[in-house]
Design a protein around this ligand. Structure first.
Ligand code: C5P
Length: 221
């Protein structure tokens, strides 16, 4: 049998990462967080003085950082030039700059190549989460899920994670801005694949979403 490939896409705050990790762990699959990869290259650009508002400057430097993702759902890791950046990639500074960096085609081409290589290397199957996995990175995925939720629910969840450091209103404004940028870019925008199953998580608990995705995968396996 072919190894199962699960593509999970959707905007921020829909529970994508928690769901993807839990589904991978339950089904004994590898796990890849592609958003972490875009955050890692953004972190590198900021640290190396690249003007992230200048697409030509970003394109020019797109090949410089060596990004390596671990694929164990129990302990996801990400390194840039051998340095663990799991913490630094979650800062507000990186979050504010990542949509601009990830809109640059040269950045996307490199990340997509790495993501496809990771999927091929995962002999036992993999869950890959992102924005364009079902549409562009792995169009032949076994199962495609598109997670959604109301902007209010997404902002509330994200502010819970940030532990009150930012207001819900500020978080919602940031999410809406990032979604608009991610959906509006020319190269592989955030989009639901025609053959993806849409799951609206607004009224669901994390456990319910996990159960729903596990069932969808088991039906196809
Ligand atoms: O998933 P996360 O919120 O960490 O992703 C951070 C950013 O990385 C997104 O807002 C988007 O700009 C970019 N991204 C992307 N394509 C993906 C995954 C993430 O452009 N497949």
């Amino acid at each position: 049998v072919e190894p199962v490939i699960v593509a999970i896409d959707g905007p921020s705050g829909t529970g994508k990462s928690s769901t993807s990790r839990a589904v991978a762990a339950k089904l004994g699959l590898s796990y890849l967080d592609t958003g972490a990869m875009y955050r890692a290259i953004t972190w590198w650009m900021l640290g190396n003085g690249v003007d992230v508002a200048d697409p030509d400057a970003v394109a020019d430097q797109a090949g410089k950082a060596a990004i390596v993702s671990g694929t164990d759902p129990a302990a996801p890791t990400i390194t840039v030039d051998g340095m663990d950046v799991s913490g630094p990639i979650r800062t507000q500074q990186v979050t504010a700059a990542v949509s601009a960096v990830s809109a640059v085609p040269e950045v996307r081409q490199r990340m997509v190549d790495l993501q496809r290589a990771a999927a091929v290397a995962a002999a036992g199957g993999i869950v890959v989460e992102g924005r364009d996995i079902g549409t562009t990175v792995l169009p032949d995925a076994t199962v495609k899920i598109f997670l959604t939720a109301s902007a209010e629910a997404r902002a509330a969840r994200r502010s819970g994670e940030l532990k009150g450091a930012v207001t819900v209103a500020a978080t919602q404004a940031d999410l809406v801005r990032r979604d608009a940028a991610d959906s509006g870019r020319k190269t592989s925008p955030l989009a639901k694949a025609a053959d993806a199953v849409e799951v609206d998580t607004t009224q669901l608990t994390l456990e319910q979403v996990i159960e729903c995705v596990v069932t969808l995968v088991e039906e196809k396996r």
